[in-house]
Design a protein around this ligand. Sequence first.
Ligand code: C2E
Ligand code: MG
Ligand code: MG
Ligand code: MG
Length: 283
Amino acid sequence: RAKEQGKANYQFFTADINAEVSERMIIKNGLSKALEREEFTVYYQPKCDLATGRLTGVEALLRWRNMELGAVSPVKFIPVMEETGLIGTVGEWVLEMACQQYRIWRDAGHPHMRVAVNLSVRQLRQPNLARSVEEALRRAGIEASGIELEITESMIMRDTENAIDVLRTLSEMGIHLAMDDFGTGYSSLSYLKKFPVHTIKIDRSFINDIATDPDDQEIIRTIISMGHSLRRKVVAEGVETEEQRILLRKLRCDEMQGYLLSPPVPAAEIDRLLASLRPGPEA
Ligand code: C2E
Ligand code: MG
Ligand code: MG
Ligand code: MG
C-alpha cells in the first residue's frame, strides 16, 4: 500500500515538473510570434505627489495576451524573454511606445507626465543603448526629460563599472533614472551614492505591513531620510491602503504608486484620470 502511494506521489511530482517545463516551452513558443501577431500592449500606472495628490508621471508596463494562454504575467514571461534575447527587440518597442505616448500627453498640456520604462539586464549591457534611446526620443520629437528609465540594484551589481558608465551617459543626456525595487538587493544605502539615479522606488514588500510593523516603518523612515540627504526623490511602490498613504506622507515620502491610486491601465484611462483631477476654472 505504502509502496503504491509512494509511486503515485512520484508520478504527481514528475507530472508537476513536466507541467512547469511544458508551460515554459509554450510561453517560449508563443513569445516568438507575439510581436508580429501584435499580442503585446503597454499599460500605464500613474504616480502621484504625496503632498498634493497631483499626478507626476506613469510607469509603462508590458502586457501580453495570447490566444491559448490568455493574459500572462510579466513575472513569468520577462525572464523567458531575457533568456531568449527577445527582450532586446520588445524592450525597444516598449520604449518607442512610451516616447510616442509622452509626446501625446505633452502636446495635450501635461508636460510633467514623464513616462518611466523598465530596462532589462540585456538592454543595460547593449553597447548602443544610449544611441537607441536617443533615436527613439528623436522619432517621437520629445526631450530627454520626458523619459525615465528604471533599473534594479541587482542589475547594476552584476556589472557595476559598465552599468555606472551607461547610467552616467544616459543621465548626461537628460534622461531621468530610477532605482527600482529598492531595498531588495544587498548593498542598498552604502552603494546608493555611487549610482547616478534621481529617484529611488522603495520595494512594495516594505510597504505591505508599514501600518502594523514598526520594523518596516523604521526601515522606510531610514530609506527616506538617507535618500533625501543624498538628494534623491523617494517613491513608494505598491501602496494599497489609505493608512499606508497617510503614514508615508507623514514620513515625508515624495510620491506614491499603487492600487490605491490606480492599477496599470490603458493610456485612455490615464487621460480620464488627468481630466478628472484637473481643477476646474473656478477651483
Ligand atoms: P516593477 O517594475 O517593480 O513594476 C511594478 C509591479 O507592481 C507591476 O507588476 C505592477 O502591476 C505591480 N503593482 C503596482 N501597484 C501594486 C499594488 O498596489 N499592489 C500589488 N500587489 N502590485 C502592484 P507587473 O506589471 O506584473 O510587472 C512585474 C515586473 O515585470 C515589473 O516590476 C518589471 O520588473 C517587469 N516588467 C514589466 N514590464 C516590463 C518591461 O516593459 N520591460 C522590462 N524589462 N520589465 C518589465
Ligand atoms: Mg519598475
Ligand atoms: Mg518595482
Ligand atoms: Mg519588481
